[in-house]
Structures are given as C-alpha cells and as structure tokens.
Design a protein around this ligand. Structure first.
Ligand SMILES: Cc1ncc(COP(=O)(O)O)c(C=O)c1O
Length: 366
C-alpha cells in the first residue's frame, strides 16, 4: 500500500537527540532558541516562538494579539477543528466564512461580509493543503476593518505569496510539526511574527507569564506551559534543513500527478494561482463518487484520506455557530487526498495515476 503519509527520520535526527540527552538540557533550552531563530530566518520573519504543537501555537497567537473575550474571529469551516478551538480557548467566538472551491482557502468576499455583519476583530486564514490563502486581498480587508490577520500555516511550511513566505504574511503565523506535516518533530509548533510586542507576549504566555528581564519566579501575566522540549527542538533543526528538498519533491510529485490526472473527466485537480507557491502538504482531488474512488484505490494498493469529511460548523461544539459556507459543504462531500509526500517515488506515481484512470474508465462503462 502506498501510504498517505510516511514521515522519515535518519541518523542526523538520532545524533541530534543523543547530543541533547548528553547535555542534560532536555526541557526548554538553547537548542530551542536556535530552532526558533533558524525557523524564523527560513520564513523571513523577525521572531519565532516554539510551542508544544500547532494548536497551542494558535492559542498563543490569539493571546499575544490580545484577541479574547467578546472578540469575533472569522475563519474557515473547511479545516482541522484546531483552528476554531484555538479561538475558543482564547475566549473569542469563531464565525465561519465560505471557501473558494478552487483553492479550498477562505473566500475574501465571504470573509469581508462576515466581518461587516459581526464587527469582527480578527481573520484566521488557513493555508489549507499547503496553498496560501489570498493574503493580498485578506490583508487589505483586515486593514480596512481594523482586524488582526493570523495565518494558520500548520500545513504550509515554505509556501509563499509573491516573494514572501508563509510566516510573514500576517500579524502572526502558526505552524504545526505533527508527523504528517511537511516537516515534523513528532508533536510541536511555532509562531512567527515581525512584531516584537507579539513575540514578547507569545514567549511570555508559553512560559507561565515569565519575561526575560525579570527574576525566575515573577509572572507578569497568566500563561501556560506550552514550551517545546530541547529534544524536539533538536529534531526540528535537522528537519528544517531537509524541508526545502522535501518541498521540492512534493512539488515535483504534484506536477506529475496533475499531468496524469487533469485530463480525466470527473476529476478536479488542485490549482496553483500564478502568484502563489503551493507546497502540497496534501494533493487533493475532487470527484462526485469520492467514496467509490477511495474504495477502488484501496483495492489497487493506493492509500487515500478525506480531509475533512465534516465542516467545523457541523461538528457538535460548533453547531450553533454562524456559518455561510455552501462551497465548504460541497468540498467536504467530494474531496479526496492521495499520496504526494517525499517518499512517493516515480513508480508509485504511475501506480496512483493508473489506479485513478482505471476507476474513471470502469465508471463510464468502457
Ligand atoms: C490546519 C491546521 N490547523 C491546526 C492544526 C493543529 O496542529 P497540531 O496537530 O500540531 O496541534 C493542524 C494539524 O493537524 C492543522 O492541519
């Protein structure tokens, strides 16, 4: 079976872990500071603050931007539920705009309408599947309505709009290093920002409200323990080094898949708008008989997965939420992600393409 994800670690990660264990600094420490600096530098951002995972990175970003009780956050209902949960943890209320069906990212028009209707305070733009949202348009909307703009870049390490990478496209950005992601530390997360005030509040919030220039047990705000461990920081430094090559392989795999699959009637392949760089965290197609195709692929030895079968506003904790999202609902019924990760080789790609072609032929009775 060609799996839908296949994270890889090698000798370099093992050596980096051994060095941390030998150093005795296994919790937060200098290795995490190095990883923060290197990750921020990779994005082109001024600051990085490491966290325990992508969800806590999002929660921390809201706290650092002082979005909380009484505030409204416009976000996408076609995402992992963490996007909405993080706004809730901060005390804010998420409302759900629709997506652009061709990109699966927030539709700026729908976003602006909801901001106006609910006097919203922030936009949380999810760069779904590795394609950045329309950040140029969303920045203009955020500025016009005095909203904070936050990137949920959990799936988009190294993606870009124009010459600017994710991590620099909003007031703050949040990344996840979960094993399926473009780079991984097992669990882990990072906030990047160009704003010094946001970076300082984030670093304080993840460390129980401590601040750098005060004695160890002084706490200037209520915070959390969302600190990344040095073991994970060490893995992250090696994975970050591997990320450009991983992303290139994902992009090359995606190009071959699109070449093979785009001509098939009834299959919609992903798009990469001219100004944006897609890093294909997932290669996601659309098909009316999505479930039939998934079953067929399994028989043919091709793994697949549905991200996401239920929009967030149809999940029990969010059923009462404001949502106007027919495109998101249609996407949830018709999307299927197929293997594109760096371990998918040329032979695998041909197997995937043939399996999808075969399903199409069978369905049309040829
Ligand atoms: C879009 C999105 N946001 C947030 C998260 C949360 O990240 P984590 O699982 O590291 O908490 C994920 C991870 O799955 C994600 O895909």
């Amino acid at each position: 079976m060609i799996p839908i994800a296949n994270p890889q670690f090698g000798n370099r990660e093992q050596a980096a872990i051994a060095d941390v264990l030998d150093s005795g600094r296994v919790a937060d420490g200098p290795v995490v500071r190095q990883f923060e600096a290197e990750f921020a530098d990779f994005c082109g951002a001024s600051h990085g603050v490491a966290t325990t995972n992508g969800t806590t990175a999002l929660h921390t970003a809201f706290e650092a931007l002082e979005i909380g009780e009484g505030d409204v956050v416009v976000t996408s209902p076609f995402s992992f539920i963490a996007s909405a949960n993080a706004a809730r943890f901060a005390g804010a209320t998420p409302v759900f705009a629709d997506i652009d069906l061709s990109t699966y990212d927030l539709d700026p028009h729908s976003t602006e309408k909801l901001i106006e209707e609910h006097d919203a305070d922030a936009i949380l733009a999810v760069h779904l599947f590795g394609l950045p949202a329309d950040m140029t348009e969303l920045r203009e909307i955020a500025d016009a309505h005095d909203c904070a703009l936050i990137e949920d870049a959990a799936q988009a390490h190294g993606a870009a709009v124009g010459g600017s990478q994710t991590g620099t496209l909003g007031d703050a950005a949040c990344f996840s290093f979960y094993p399926t992601k473009n780079m991984t530390t097992g669990e882990g997360g990072m906030i990047t920002t160009d704003r010094e005030d946001v970076a300082k509040r984030a670093a304080s919030f993840v460390n129980h409200g401590r601040v750098e220039d005060r004695p160890a047990y002084e706490h200037v705000r209520v915070g959390q323990n969302y600190r990344m461990t040095s073991v994970l920081g060490a893995i992250g430094r090696v994975q970050l080094d591997r990320l450009p090559a991983y992303n290139e392989r994902r992009r090359a795999n995606a190009a071959r898949l699109t070449e093979g699959l785009a001509p098939i009637e009834g299959i919609e392949t992903p798009v990469e708008p001219a100004d944006r760089r897609h890093v294909y965290h997932q290669y996601t197609i659309r098909c009316e008989d999505r479930d039939g195709l998934a079953e067929h692929l399994e028989v043919e030895g091709v793994g697949s997965a549905v991200y996401y079968p239920k929009p967030i506003h149809h999940q029990p904790p969010y059923e009462e939420s404001v949502a106007k999202a027919p495109a998101a609902e249609y996407a949830a019924e018709s999307v299927l992600s197929i293997p594109v990760h760096p371990e998918v080789n040329d032979e695998d790609l041909e197997q995937v393409i043939e399996a999808v072609q075969d399903f199409d032929t069978t369905n049309r009775g040829q």
